[in-house]
Design a protein around this ligand. Structure first.
Ligand SMILES: NC(=O)c1ccc[n+]([C@@H]2O[C@H](COP(=O)([O-])OP(=O)(O)OC[C@H]3O[C@@H](n4cnc5c(N)ncnc54)[C@H](OP(=O)(O)O)[C@@H]3O)[C@@H](O)[C@H]2O)c1
Length: 306
């Protein structure tokens, strides 16, 4: 079996590639960097694409029955007007390019599993979001995710099974938010962000990668929240990281206006609050390895030390 992965070179992608190889699946991947194309491995073949110029090596679809679509420019860089366009286009235009290319050629693709984000749900301290929640707001992030999911729905025109995973805060020592949160704490200058009451719906890297392959294996369709069972407040998360590192939080909370001054509009990433349910994927039989934040951080820390 051969799977095509976009964004395979990123944090979540690399873990999915590892799992695919562990279970004997071959991987084709599309990359925007020619220097990330490795040759000589039958089970890991890279193909170039440039969604800006609509260039794509369409031989990437050969023998492929499933696509896992993760590509997207990081949201962790300063949101200038031009970078905001990149955040959106790297998700919407990559999706459109995959769909239009498949519409124009013979292929064997039967299933697509696409990444999305819990940022689609409005910030709220009270709501508990399920996949059925229809509340949206007009913040930049929610707007991008709505456009992204709308583009992804276009895969249905190909008659394929479509699964969408709305991913929460992915925890890993290899990248993403956790190393950034841990750095000041390690140096003894960690602090709770804003009021600290904002909900953080996190997920361990291994679980999010396993969830993509679970949706593949069980041939699931529709939207699934990809978060662990126990979202926690920013304050609890900050203290949990400090406890794992054997450090103390000594400084007062960082006020929101300071964050806005330092980070610009992107400060919302740190203060927005989404408490998200994973009941739907659990009802379908998915079992999380990491349900509890202390257990997740302990595994991540142990892995880092190895
Ligand atoms: N990590 C999280 O906490 C989190 C939370 C919610 C949602 N998500 C979503 O899940 C997906 C995977 O996340 P991740 O953490 O693995 O991201 P990542 O580490 O930033 O990797 C994303 C990949 O997308 C590709 N990419 C970057 N810019 C691109 C562009 N302009 N056009 C086309 N491709 C581009 C890159 O692959 P090449 O360099 O090989 O082209 C990169 O390896 C992303 O779409 C992200 O938004 C992640």
């Amino acid at each position: 079996m051969r799977i095509l992965i976009t964004g395979a070179t990123g944090l979540v992608g690399q873990e999915i590639v590892r799992l695919c190889h562990d279970s004997g699946m071959d991987v084709n991947y599309l990359t925007t960097s020619k220097n990330k194309i490795k040759t000589g491995k039958e089970n890991y073949q890279g193909f170039y694409w440039n969604p800006d110029t609509k260039e794509i090596d369409s031989s990437c679809f050969e023998g492929v029955t499933t696509i896992i679509h993760l590509a997207g420019a990081t949201i962790g860089k300063r949101w200038t007007t031009s970078y905001k366009k990149r955040i959106e286009s790297s998700r919407v235009e990559t999706t459109n390019l995959l769909i239009s290319t498949l519409q124009q050629q013979k292929h064997q693709v039967r299933q697509v599993i696409a990444a999305s984000a819990i940022g689609i749900y409005p910030s709220s301290s009270q709501n508990y979001y399920t996949e059925e929640s229809t509340e949206r707001d007009s913040t930049f992030l929610s707007d991008v995710v709505q456009k992204w999911e709308k583009a992804v729905e276009g895969f249905k025109t190909l008659g394929v099974r479509l699964g969408i995973l709305r991913i929460g805060l992915v925890l890993s020592h290899e990248g993403g938010a956790l190393p950034q949160m841990a750095k000041p704490i390690e140096k003894g200058v960690g602090a709770v962000i804003g009021k600290g009451t904002q909900w953080q719906s996190w997920i361990h890297l291994k679980d999010v990668a396993r969830m993509f392959l679970f949706v593949h294996e069980k041939k699931l369709e529709g939207v699934y929240n990809a978060v662990a069972s126990n979202p926690i407040s920013n304050k609890k998360l900050t203290y949990a990281i400090a406890s794992q590192l054997g450090k103390k939080i000594l400084l007062p909370n960082v006020p929101e206006f300071v964050l806005r001054f330092l980070l610009g509009e992107m400060y919302v990433l740190l203060v927005s609050s989404q408490r998200v349910s994973n009941a739907k994927i659990e009802k379908n039989g998915f079992q999380f390895y990491y349900e509890n934040i202390y257990q997740a951080l302990e595994e991540i820390d142990a892995h880092k030390k190895n």
